[in-house]
Ligand binder design. Structure first.
Ligand SMILES: *Cc1c(COP(=O)(O)O)cnc(C)c1O
Length: 372
């Protein structure tokens, strides 16, 4: 039996009637941009995150970019970002003309190491953008305090962490503002692109909402040179349905993570570690081994799909070639060679989880026996 990395169709089938009702509602109303679905979703998502405001935007990259721009981060400013993240975190910084400074992760949680962040602060540093990588919130208690002490903006890249908490507080209300992605494969995913910003600062919320809508909050009155980055009514209607299932889906992910953890303990593979203050939502289940490529190949032969998040550190991307990238990416680079993401998601059956775990045990066995 083949085990796919992700099977969205299986999950959507379980809520098909609700999804059908949602898009028929939008078609019947025939309003597609900035209508009541977006407004309702924003209210519901803000409440879910424990933030005062949510602003629907076109995708997660735009959410990050709009936050930085609205807060006046721009040319020559330095922004601390993880050395190991999806490149969007870096691109948002570059898009506003600022300089990404790579901060290495804690080797256990893979999230931004606050002590290393502190050491990287200069007089040009204006913001830090920790990522809640793989669904585990970064140490926001320390990072936010660090930002406050140094007068820096603290932005959460929460694209992988819908519903995650740190010290009991939800992602989306752990910093000054947070960026979410609703790319279909995320824990809360649309049927296309989508994103949101959350914040509890009313002035900034208004500014970002304007920026995302041609710099306008009143038709044909343009107060800023904005962009067009909006969540649409169809996606908002779908997201409202899926938000109601998010906690159950995240709980299923946590169960799968626990099954993996128990089954893989004897393998010698480095398993994910969760900070006791964090409640992770397991966007990805990422293991680490010196034999990564052999493990991936062995699993493939046994019908199991895996992925790597991410094989190339942003500092090494061609996009940053010829630019002297600041900060260190040594560990980020090494993780790119050693990490492997196993299938996880609400679609997975216990049988599939057991099949993946059994295959890992089988393949890992060969790492320690003499070459055959
Ligand atoms: C997915 C993702 C993004 C970008 O989201 P898009 O909606 O694809 O633009 C940003 N940061 C991280 C960490 C992500 O995983």
């Amino acid at each position: 039996m083949r085990v796919p990395f992700l099977d969205l169709a299986r999950t959507h089938d379980t809520i098909r009637a609700e999804l059908d009702a949602a898009w028929h509602r939008v078609l019947d109303r025939s309003r597609y941009i900035l209508g009541e679905e977006v407004e309702a979703f924003e209210t519901e998502f803000a409440a879910y995150c424990g933030a005062e405001h949510a602003i629907g935007v076109a995708n997660g990259l735009d959410a990050l970019h709009l936050i930085l721009r609205a807060h006046g981060i721009g040319h020559g400013d330095e922004v601390l970002v993880p050395s190991n993240t999806f490149i969007a975190t870096w691109l948002a910084v570059s898009q506003v003309g600022a300089i990404p400074v790579a901060i290495e992760p804690d080797p256990d949680t893979y999230n931004m190491d606050p002590a290393l962040a502190e050491r990287a602060i200069t007089s040009r540093t204006k913001a830090l953008v920790p990522v809640h990588l793989y669904g585990q919130a970064a140490d926001m208690t320390v990072l936010r305090a660090l930002a406050r002490r140094n007068g820096l903006l603290c932005v959460e890249d929460a694209a992988q962490a819908h519903g995650a908490t740190f010290d009991g507080t939800r992602a989306g209300s752990l910093g000054d503002a947070a960026a979410f992605s609703f790319y279909p494969g995320k824990n809360l995913g649309a049927l296309g692109d989508g994103g949101a910003i959350t914040t509890s600062d009313p002035t900034m919320a208004r500014r970002m909402r304007e920026l995302a809508n041609y710099g306008s909050s009143e038709k044909y009155v343009h107060r800023q040179q904005g962009v067009n980055s909006r969540l649409d009514e169809l996606q908002a209607a779908v997201l409202r349905v899926k938000l109601r299932h998010l906690d159950a889906w995240n709980a299923r992910r946590a169960t799968i993570a626990r099954l993996y953890h128990d089954a893989l303990a004897p393998t010698g593979l480095a398993l994910p570690q969760v900070d006791p203050r964090a409640d992770a939502v397991w966007h990805l289940y990422v293991i680490r081994t010196d034999h990564r490529d052999a493990l991936a190949a062995g699993l493939k032969r046994r019908g199991i799909d895996t992925q790597i998040h991410y094989p190339i550190a942003p500092a090494d991307a061609e996009a940053y070639a010829g630019i002297s990238v600041r900060g260190s990416s040594e560990l980020g680079r090494r993780l790119g060679r050693e990490i492997l993401s196993l299938p996880i998601g609400p679609h997975m059956s216990d049988d599939e989880v057991r099949q993946v775990a059994a295959a890992c045990l089988e393949v890992a066995e060969t790492f320690h026996s003499p070459a055959a």
